[in-house]
Ligand binder design. Structure first.
Ligand code: KIV
Length: 272
């Protein structure tokens, strides 16, 4: 059942700004397929992110780098078909915007046109300024992503907390202000100190949505597979598991195998 304070028929980028103005926290979860997206939307989650984390949790890659634009569009169009209320945001994947701003615009247009999603998300600050300007000028809503940006993992070297040092924190604040000035409608802040994230959220008019960024921001996002406990391997401090699906699903599969082997399934009522 939804616990949203304000009932939006359809969440838009404007609704998110209203939520920030009214101090209503924004809920966001990822989804990569039709069935999960339907469940997430039915629960009243405000924003559904078709994250490039699909590369990890769906395809089993170690990083988000291998997922392609075509694959992101496939996931996004499946999600779009399952959603009637949430705002749907799609990650522009690694390798489809870094070469130049025209390529970035082409990728954003393909996502919007071929999936039917409502906005794109893109990692980076000052260094992708030209791409942001071009995408925004085409009327495509953009969500920024700063802090730990997983597409740059080989540059960072590890998934540890970002912007703990003054210089990186200052750059992050500058980048966040720039993204707002350019016209982004929201920013994801990933794995940064809570005090810094709170400072950024207080300085910006647009919503700041955190993952591992504490409670002083305007909303929270989690990867749906992680919060459902579908795997026990990924266990960062910021992750709250709402279910232990790993155990429950395994129990169901083990029982199914036993039922088939013992000829208990199907029984008389389960056949024609
Ligand atoms: O791809 C993703 O799931 C993300 C979230 C972690 C914010 O970018």
């Amino acid at each position: 059942m939804s616990t949203a304070k304000k009932t939006f028929k359809r969440v838009t980028v404007k609704s998110l700004l209203e939520m920030k103005e009214q101090a209503e926290k924004i809920s966001m979860l990822t989804s990569y397929d039709f069935t999960m997206a339907q469940l997430v939307d039915k629960a009243g989650v405000d924003v559904i992110l078709v994250g490039d984390s699909a590369s990890n949790v769906f395809a089993g890659h170690e990083t988000t780098l291998p997922i392609t634009l075509d694959q992101m569009i496939y996931h996004a169009s499946s999600v779009v078909r399952g959603v009637s209320r949430a705002l749907i945001v799609v990650d522009i994947p690694f390798g489809s915007y870094q070469s130049d701003s025209k390529e970035a615009l082409r990728s954003a247009i393909r996502i919007m046109k071929e999936s039917g999603a409502h906005a794109v998300k893109i990692e980076g600050g000052e260094e992708i300024k030209d791409s942001l300007k071009r995408i925004l000028a085409a009327g495509i809503p953009v969500m920024g992503h700063l802090g730990l940006t997983p597409q740059s993992i080989y540059q960072f070297g590890s998934y540890t907390v970002r912007a703990k040092e003054d210089a990186e924190a200052e750059k992050l604040i500058k980048d966040a202000l720039l993204l707002e000035k350019l016209g982004c409608f929201a920013i994801v802040l990933e794995k940064v100190p809570a005090a810094l994230a709170q400072k950024v959220a207080a300085q910006l008019q647009i919503p700041v949505i955190g993952i591992g960024a504490g409670n002083g921001v305007d909303g929270q996002v989690l990867v749906v597979n992680d919060m459902l406990g579908m795997s026990t391997e990924f266990s960062p401090r910021f992750l709250r598991r709402y279910l232990n699906l790993d155990e429950q699903i395994n129990g169901a599969f083990v029982k199914y195998v036993a039922d088939v082997k013992s000829k208990d399934f199907p029984n008389e009522n389960e056949q024609y």
